[in-house]
Structures are given as structure tokens and as C-alpha cells.
Design a protein around this ligand. Structure first.
Ligand SMILES: [Zn+2]
Length: 274
């Protein structure tokens, strides 16, 4: 499953939706991010972590509450969990768990751990909040728009940026909560590039990148997508919004997400009843 590895960082790629699970190890801690999806995949990550962990504390970070990202929570029962206040306050906890049950049921999947919604031990409640572990500094930024409970995490001096479901090279923005918030998050992304020395961007789905130009390109493409879509809706040219599917490898499933974006943005623009 390993798709990227350097001295401190190992990234696993699930067979499903090219979802990334990240493991970071330093002298002071081990960190797992969004371990997922299939039981064998979660087990591979679990085994990797516990065979190396030793006495180091284990942190488990959730980038947001989408069910694919929290599905492996209880495979790491001793971990110190990190997540946003939005995740703790999420009113959809039951339906998120139901999505995991539906998924497992659909494919006759059994797991050797209980499915549960994460209990967060370290809560991120402020934009720009810091967590210092030894010589390493985590900075968390609110990243809403995809969902209402997303986080960007920057780990210095490693220059790691864990982005959750933003800045993917294989998807256009999937907007579940707000396109306005999504644009704010893209501004935050730009600020991160100015403020931190980023060496590796890890999106929730797709390919990591070490190139600043590539990160800038992803930020600009996301921004352009939202702007163009909004414009097309205002000009009553909804059909043209589907053109973008041509540029992606999985247009069939992505059409569903595109329709979701259009519905949400129409509501935001109060166009639904026209
Ligand atoms: Zn997501």
C-alpha cells in the first residue's frame, strides 16, 4: 500500500478512491492520520505503526468526519486523538456511523474492531492553534467548505501539510457544506504557503506533491472551479458545468458529486425555485 516514504513520513494508498493514510514518526511521537478503508488495509497500517512505535506516544489525527476518514478509529485504541471542535459537535454522528455500517454490509466486511465515532482527546478550537511535541510544532487551521469540521495540519520543521479533502489532483472540489467557506479555506491555503516552508503536501485522495508550483496550481484550479460554476449557474448555463468531468479519470462517479455541488450552490444563490 505504501505510495510514498521518506525519513519521517510514510503514506499508504487505499485501493478505494486513492484515499491516503499517513504515518509520521519522529524521536518524540508517532502520528497516524485517517487510517482507512478495508480491514486488510487498516491492519497493514496498524501493524506498521505498532511494530515500530516502541515507547513513543501515538497520536491519531482526523482531517474531518467523513466516514471513509474515521473508519479505522478503533484499530488504534490507545492513541491520543486529535480533531476539530466541529468534529466533536457534529450532529450527524449517527448517520456517519450508519454509512460505515452500510459500506461494510454491502461488501460482507467484518472488522476485528468496533466501529465508533471518534472521541477527541486533543480538540482544535482555534484557527492557527499550536501543539508542541518535543521539537515539533503542529499548527492547525480551520478548513471548512468540504465539510464543516475540516482541519489543515502543518508539522514543522518537517514541512508537512496534511490537507484532508482539499487540493487533490484527482478531484475537483467536493463541496458538502459551503462554497463560501471553501473559498476561505483556499485563502488559508495560500496563507500557509506564505507562512510556512512546505516540503510535502498530502491530500486526502490522490497524489502527494513536493512542488510548490503544483500546490499553487491546485489552489488556483479549485478557486477557478468554484468561481466558474457559480458564474454558470447565475447565467443559467448549468449544462456547461458538466464539461469539467472530461478532465478527470472517473467521470461516472464524479458526476454524482458534481450534481451535489450544483444543488448546494443553487441553494446558496437562492436559485432553486426559478
Ligand atoms: Zn471527505
Amino acid at each position: 500500500m505504501i505510495c510514498y516514504k521518506d525519513k519521517h513520513t510514510t503514506i499508504f494508498h487505499s485501493s478505494l478512491y486513492q484515499t491516503t493514510s499517513t504515518v509520521v514518526e519522529t524521536d518524540h511521537f508517532m502520528l497516524v492520520v485517517d487510517p482507512c478503508w478495508l480491514p486488510g488495509e487498516v491492519e497493514e497500517i496498524r501493524h506498521y505503526v505498532y511494530s515500530r512505535k516502541g515507547e513513543r506516544p501515538l497520536y491519531l489525527l482526523f482531517t474531518h468526519s467523513d466516514y471513509d476518514h474515521i473508519i479505522g478509529y478503533n484499530a488504534f485504541p490507545d492513541a491520543i486523538t486529535i480533531g476539530s471542535k466541529g468534529m466533536e459537535r457534529n450532529l450527524e454522528k449517527d448517520s456517519i456511523l450508519e454509512q460505515i455500517r452500510d459500506f461494510d454490509d454491502s461488501y460482507y466486511i467484518k472488522r476485528n474492531y468496533e466501529i465508533a465515532y471518534p472521541q477527541i482527546s486533543y480538540l482544535v478550537s482555534e484557527d492557527g492553534q499550536n501543539l508542541q511535541i518535543g521539537e515539533y510544532c503542529f499548527t492547525f487551521y480551520v478548513a471548512n467548505g468540504h465539510t464543516n469540521d475540516g482541519l489543515f495540519t502543518v508539522i514543522e520543521p518537517l514541512g508537512l501539510w496534511i490537507a484532508g479533502d482539499y487540493l487533490s489532483d484527482i478531484e475537483f472540489p467536493y463541496i458538502y457544506s459551503s462554497s463560501i467557506d471553501y473559498e476561505k479555506t483556499l485563502e488559508t491555503a495560500e496563507a500557509i504557503l506564505n507562512r510556512h516552508s512546505i516540503k510535502l503536501l498530502i491530500p486526502g485522495h490522490g497524489s502527494v506533491t513536493t512542488e510548490i508550483d503544483e500546490i499553487t496550481k491546485r489552489i488556483n484550479e479549485s478557486r477557478k472551479y468554484i468561481h466558474n460554476t457559480r458564474q454558470l449557474l447565475l447565467e443559467k448555463k448549468e449544462v456547461e458545468a458538466f464539461q469539467i468531468l472530461k478532465h478527470y479519470d472517473f467521470p461516472k462517479v464524479m458526476e454524482k458529486f458534481l450534481r451535489g455541488n450544483l444543488e448546494l450552490m443553487k441553494k446558496e444563490l437562492k436559485l432553486e425555485n426559478e
